[in-house]
Design a protein around this ligand. Structure first.
Ligand code: TEU
Length: 560
C-alpha cells in the first residue's frame, strides 16, 4: 500500500469560477454569498475540496488575475467576513478550500506598482522588471500571452516594464528577496485564516533567463516571439519554491498545486517528487496543448486518440513519485465535451465517458464547474458577447492584421476562454437562476436544456453519474494509488488502461467513437470478474472473449 497517503490524493476537487457560479445580490456577478447558498450542491456532488478562483481586490482587467490587494476581498464578491463564513461552512461540511495564488504578477493598480513606477529611486521600483528601450523600441522581441509585446513603456521613469500577460499585469521581480518575503508573509496570513492550500497561478514562470535575451522561436502575427525557452522553469525557480515551502507550509497538512506552462515530466518530477518539498502536485498542459500549433492555441491542430492517450500516459509514468492534478477543463479552456468529445446525440453519454477516463487516472481529479452537467462551448456570434481580455485582444489582432473573420470565429468558438466562463445554469428560469440582474456575460443559449435542476431531477443525468464516480473514490483506494498501464496504444477508437493495487486489478475502457466496437478481451487485464460501472444501462456482464463497447461507452471492470 502506498506509504504516502494524503487527503488531497483521495478526494475530488471542484473548481469554482466565482464570478459565474451564483449571484446573490442581483448585480449580475457571482459572489461569495452565492457560493455559500450553493454549498448543499457541493455536498450532494460529494467533492472533498474546492479551488476557489481569485476573489481578492482587483480592477478585473483579467477577471481577478490582476490583484491590487492580496488581503482584501473584491467588493463585487463580498467581504472578508463572507469568505470566513464560506470557509467555516465548507469545513463544517467536510470540504476544504484552496486559495488561487497569483504572484507571478500583480495588478498595475497594486500600491507596490504605483510606487515602483513613480521613480527609479523608489524603494519598490525593484519589485518589478524594468529595462530601457532599445533604439526607440521594446527591450526585446518577447510576445505576451495577451498582447503583441510583453513590454509597456512607463513615461515617469523612461523605461519599459515586463508583463507576460496584460498591460495591467506587471511581472514581479522574484530575484528581489523583499518581494519573496512579501509573498510568503501573505501566504502564511491566508493559511492562518484557515485556507487549506493554494492553486499557484503560472508558478513555473516566476524566473526569466538572466539578461532577458530575445526569443528564438517563430514570429507571430504581430511580429513578436513568444519566449517559452526564457520563462518556463528557469532556475533558481526550484530554490525559490523550496524557500517558499520552508517559510510557509513545509510542516503543514495543506495542499499546493502548480499551474505549469509547457512543463516537461522531468521538471514536473523536480517540482513534486523530491525530498525537499516544493509543490505537492502540478497541472500538466500536455493534453491541452495537443490541439494547438507552435504559433499558439488559436491555430487549431487536428488530433487523433492515440496522441491523447500517449500524452496522458507520458505523464502517468513521467510524474514518477510526484503527483498530478487531473483536469479536462478550467477557466482558461474550452468545454471538455466540445474539445475532446461530442456535443450531439451522445453528449450526455460522452460526458460520463470523459469522467470515467479522467477519474480513473492516477492523480487528483478536478471537476470544473458545469462539467458535471455536460456543458458545451457557446456558438458566439459577436465579439460584443466576449469579455475575456485574451479573446478581445485576439479578435482585435485578427482584424488589424487581416487574419480573416472565418479564421477568427473558428478559433474563438473552439478556444475562447469565455466558453468556460458563462454562468452556471441552475434552472430554466430567467438567467438560469444565476442572477436576478443582468449577467456580466451571456448564458449559454442551451441553458433551458442543460441546467442543474434538470440534472438533479434525472437519475440518469451526467450529474448523478459524477456523484457515483466521486463516491467510488472514497471506497476504492485503487483509484487513488493503483499502478497505471496503457493497453492498445495505437487503437484509434478505444482508450483502455488498467489500474492495479495489492492484487486488485481494474480495466477501464472507453470508446471515443460514435460507432459500437468490439475488441478481443485483453489478456493483460487478466480475467473479467465483474462490471463495476458503465455509462450505458444495457451494458452486459463482461466475458473473456469480446469486450463490446457501445458508442461513447466507458466501463470499469474488476479483473483477476
Ligand atoms: O493562465 C496562464 C495561462 O497560460 C493561460 O493564459 C492559458 O495558457 C491561456 O489563457 C490559454 O488560453 C493563468 C490563469 O489560469 C489565467 O486565467 C490568467 O489569465 C493567467 O494565468 C494570468 O494570471
Amino acid at each position: 500500500m502506498e506509504q504516502n497517503r494524503y487527503w488531497w490524493k483521495e478526494c475530488v476537487f471542484y473548481q469554482i469560477y466565482p464570478r459565474s457560479f451564483q449571484d446573490s445580490n442581483g448585480d449580475g456577478m457571482g459572489d461569495l454569498r452565492g457560493i455559500i447558498n450553493r454549498i448543499d450542491y457541493l455536498v450532494e456532488l460529494g467533492v472533498g475540496a474546492i479551488w476557489l478562483g481569485p476573489v481578492c481586490s482587483s480592477p478585473n482587467d483579467d477577471m481577478g488575475y490582476d490583484i491590487s490587494d492580496y488581503q482584501s476581498i473584491m467588493e463585487q464578491f463580498g467581504t472578508m467576513e463572507d469568505w470566513e463564513e464560506l470557509r467555516d461552512k465548507l469545513h463544517e461540511n467536510g470540504i476544504r478550500i484552496l486559495v488561487d495564488l497569483v504572484v507571478n504578477h500583480t495588478s498595475d493598480e497594486h500600491p507596490w506598482f504605483l510606487e515602483a513606477r513613480s521613480s527609479k529611486d523608489n524603494p519598490k521600483h525593484d519589485y518589478y522588471i524594468w529595462r530601457p528601450g532599445k533604439d526607440g523600441k521594446e527591450p526585446n522581441n518577447w510576445a505576451s500571452f495577451f498582447t503583441p509585446s510583453a513590454w509597456q513603456y512607463n513615461k515617469e521613469t523612461d523605461e519599459y516594464y515586463l508583463h507576460l500577460f496584460s498591460i495591467k499585469q506587471p511581472d514581479l521581480n522574484w530575484h528581489n528577496p523583499a518581494v519573496r518575503k512579501e509573498v510568503y508573509d501573505m501566504m502564511a496570513w491566508w493559511l492562518d485564516k484557515g485556507a487549506d492550500g493554494f492553486r499557484m497561478d503560472v508558478i513555473n514562470l516566476l524566473c526569466k533567463t538572466p539578461g532577458l535575451p530575445d526569443g528564438g522561436g517563430k514570429t507571430d502575427m504581430n511580429g513578436y516571439v513568444f519566449p517559452t525557452e526564457h520563462i518556463c522553469d528557469i532556475d533558481p525557480i526550484h530554490e525559490y519554491l523550496r524557500e517558499m515551502a520552508k517559510a510557509v507550509y513545509a510542516d503543514k497538512d495543506i495542499f499546493t498545486v502548480g499551474e505549469c506552462i509547457s512543463l516537461t515530466t522531468e521538471e514536473g518530477r523536480k517540482y513534486t517528487a523530491r525530498k525537499d518539498r516544493e509543490l505537492d502536485a502540478v497541472f500538466s498542459f500536455s493534453h491541452i496543448d495537443m490541439d494547438g500549433q507552435p504559433e499558439g492555441k488559436w491555430y487549431y491542430r487536428p488530433w487523433k486518440l492515440p496522441e491523447l492517450k500517449g500524452r496522458l500516459t507520458e505523464w502517468q509514468h513521467g510524474i514518477g513519485r510526484g503527483w498530478l492534478g487531473l483536469f479536462w477543463s478550467n477557466q482558461d479552456q474550452p468545454r471538455a465535451l466540445s474539445r475532446f468529445g461530442t456535443t450531439g446525440v451522445y453528449r450526455e453519454r460522452c460526458a460520463k465517458m470523459l469522467a470515467v477516463v479522467l477519474h480513473n487516472l492516477r492523480g487528483t481529479p478536478f471537476i470544473y464547474q458545469g462539467e458535471e452537467i455536460g456543458m458545451v462551448n457557446v456558438p458566439w456570434t459577436s465579439t460584443h458577447q466576449l469579455r475575456d481580455v485574451e479573446s478581445l485582444n485576439f479578435a482585435a489582432n485578427c482584424r488589424r492584421t487581416g487574419a480573416g473573420e472565418e479564421f477568427m470565429w473558428d478559433a474563438l468558438r473552439r478556444k475562447a476562454r469565455d466558453n468556460a466562463r458563462t454562468p452556471m445554469p441552475w434552472n430554466d428560469g430567467p438567467n438560469g437562476g444565476f442572477t436576478t440582474g443582468t449577467p456580466w456575460i451571456m448564458l449559454n443559449p442551451d441553458y433551458p436544456q442543460i441546467n442543474v435542476e434538470k440534472a438533479r431531477r434525472d437519475p440518469d443525468s451526467v450529474f448523478h453519474f459524477y456523484r457515483r464516480l466521486v463516491a467510488m473514490r472514497k471506497e476504492n483506494l485503487i483509484m487513488c494509488y493503483g499502478g497505471y498501464r496503457l493497453l492498445w496504444p495505437d487503437d484509434p477508437e478505444v482508450f483502455a488502461y488498467t489500474r492495479e493495487l495489492e492484487g486488485e486489478k481494474w480495466l477501464i475502457a472507453a470508446n471515443f467513437s460514435d460507432s459500437a466496437c468490439g475488441r478481443e478481451w485483453p489478456r493483460e487485464a487478466g480475467k473479467p470478474q465483474a462490471l463495476i460501472l458503465s455509462n450505458v444501462d444495457s451494458a452486459a456482464a463482461p466475458t473473456e472473449d469480446i469486450l463490446h463497447l457501445e458508442p461513447y461507452e466507458a466501463v470499469i471492470i474488476r479483473c483477476q
